[in-house]
Ligand binder design. Structure first.
Ligand SMILES: Nc1nc2c(c(=O)[nH]1)N[C@H]1C(S)=C(S)[C@@H](COP(=O)(O)O)O[C@H]1N2
Ligand SMILES: [Mo]
Length: 331
């Protein structure tokens, strides 16, 4: 009989208690007789490690922050679903910079992520450009298991590592006049073939209100499945706002600006009647071309489950919209 030893992040969330997650990790480390660096090394993802010339890169070259992983899971955020299989999640991605289909993981390995600069500008006391590695080391990293829901009605449940966006907002010292946060992805058409499709409004842009950005759920992601985030998920740093459709969760962020005017996001500019600014998940508000009532769990061979209002996070975020009932909150 094949006995598969499960790591902490492979345990169904329903079985996790504060104690056993810690013990399981420790037992795994002791049992395997290896150090943290070895544990953090990718497993199915090993096949994903190539630099842009197709040469193998070492873990240290690829991920200079590997030594920070894995980190303690924050159990305030619980989900009653099984975690999505890592290989399934790692090979089904939306990242238009590398193609308009879901099998972009190999093309995304061309993205150079080291060094990586993030500029903070707009309505702030002082503009700054920070090195990603400095950000990751300055922040206290935690793991959070969140549900993720794409507007195309597929969903996954993954353990992200990162820090609350509110901590970055704090560090940025925005002025009182700032009402929105605008995020921008890299622009490099030579490297990312999707960006040569000039009918798209590159670079990818997204935005949140200040209240949304400082909500405790808004999370800057630096890792996934207990190690630095793989390129196809938006390395080295991306956003995840779990109560909104996935297109809000912008990948590979290079610029964060504080603005008075509401930013126009990438998909809003392409098709504003289908992809709006708010994009909160709601089973009762269909997309103009399909129902949002249920969602397919990727990696399960087609299992569908009911969609939940605010993707199940209403207790954390519904109050943000009390005074916005005239806005198209669910598209
Ligand atoms: N820069 C950038 N960010 C992006 C996208 C993209 O094409 N480019 N796709 C979005 C969409 S539509 C989804 S569903 C999620 C997919 O995230 P995943 O590949 O990590 O599952 O990323 C979002 N962030
Ligand atoms: Mo999406």
């Amino acid at each position: 009989m094949l006995i598969k030893r499960k790591r902490g992040w492979e345990i169904p969330e329903s079985q996790v208690t504060p104690e056993n997650i810690f013990l399981n990790r420790r037992r795994f480390l002791a049992g395997a007789g290896v150090g943290l660096a070895a544990v953090a090394a990718p497993e199915p993802a090993a096949a994903f490690i190539f630099n842009r010339d197709g040469e193998a890169e070492t873990e240290a070259e690829l991920h200079p922050t590997s030594d920070l992983y894995p980190v303690q899971r924050n159990l305030r955020y619980r989900v009653s679903r099984e975690l999505t299989d890592e290989t399934a999640a790692s090979s089904y991605n939306n990242f238009y910079e590398f193609g308009s289909h879901k099998r972009i993981w190999r093309a995304a390995q061309r993205l150079p992520t080291h060094p990586w600069a993030v500029t903070i500008d707009g309505l702030v006391e002082e503009e700054m450009t920070l090195d990603f590695e400095d950000i990751a080391r300055r922040m206290t990293l935690e793991e959070r298991v969140y549900r993720f829901r794409c507007v195309e009605a597929w969903a996954m449940t993954v353990p992200w590592t990162g820090f609350p966006l509110s901590k970055l907002v704090e560090m940025a010292r925005p002025l009182g006049s700032a009402r929105y946060v605008r995020f921008e992805t890299f622009m490099n058409p030579d490297m990312a073939s999707g960006q040569r499709q000039t009918w798209y409004p590159w670079p990818y842009v997204e935005g949140l209100t200040m209240a949304e950005a400082t909500n405790e759920l808004s999370f800057m992601v630096t890792g996934i499945y207990g190690k630095p985030v793989a390129k196809q998920f938006g390395a080295p740093i991306r956003l995840h706002v779990p109560w909104k459709y996935g297109f809000k969760s912008i990948k590979s962020v290079v610029r964060i600006s504080f603005t008075e005017e509401r930013p126009v996001s990438f998909w809003e500019e392409i098709q504003g009647s289908e992809y709006g600014f708010w994009a909160n998940v709601n089973p009762d508000v269909p997309h103009p071309r399909w129902s949002q009532a249920t969602e397919e769990l990727i990696g399960t061979g087609g299992e569908r489950v009911p969609t939940r209002l605010y993707n199940g996070y209403g207790e954390f975020v519904a109050h943000l919209y009390d005074d916005l009932q005239n806005e198209p909150l669910f598209m």
